[in-house]
Design a protein around this ligand. Structure first.
Ligand SMILES: [Zn+2]
Length: 142
């Protein structure tokens, strides 16, 4: 088994965004829509320490709000739509965007928690990764 640890946080986060295991990038992260597996089926990473809680929902709401605001302004200023037409367009679009973002947001939150060793995750880094700033300083003193 060739286990390729992510070289940087961005790679781990991207794996989580794709709903893949942040450690190996191959195993699925979720058993059902928002229920993570207990272990990665490929690298056996224990996923039970994850504590995403409500944070993915907050991310989905913040992103949806920021994407919807210019659309709301454009629809009301440029197209002069009435309130019923605005709601008919905006409410389903906002709900679809938030529902569509929940799983990738949760995957990214889990990847972030794994990368930073939060809540019982073990901090793992690829061997080729740059040394921590404190490590090089200690090596120079010896
Ligand atoms: Zn894995």
């Amino acid at each position: 088994m060739s286990l390729a640890l992510p070289a940087a946080y961005s790679q781990a986060a991207l794996r989580g965004l794709r709903c893949r295991c942040p450690r190996c990038g191959e195993g699925r992260l979720f058993r059902t829509w928002l229920k993570p597996l207990e272990r990665c089926p490929v690298c056996t990473l224990d996923l039970t320490p994850q504590r995403a809680d409500d944070f993915p929902a907050y991310i989905a709401m913040i992103v949806t709000g920021h994407l919807m605001a210019p659309l709301i302004i454009a629809l009301s200023k440029d197209f002069h739509l009435g309130p019923a037409a605005m709601f008919a367009i905006l409410i389903p679009l906002a709900v679809a965007m938030m529902i569509g973002m929940l799983q990738p947001a949760k995957g990214t939150v889990i990847a972030t928690q794994w990368w930073f060793g939060m809540h019982g995750f073990r901090k793992e880094r690829a061997l080729a990764a740059e040394p921590e700033p404190g490590e090089s300083g200690e090596a120079a003193r010896k």
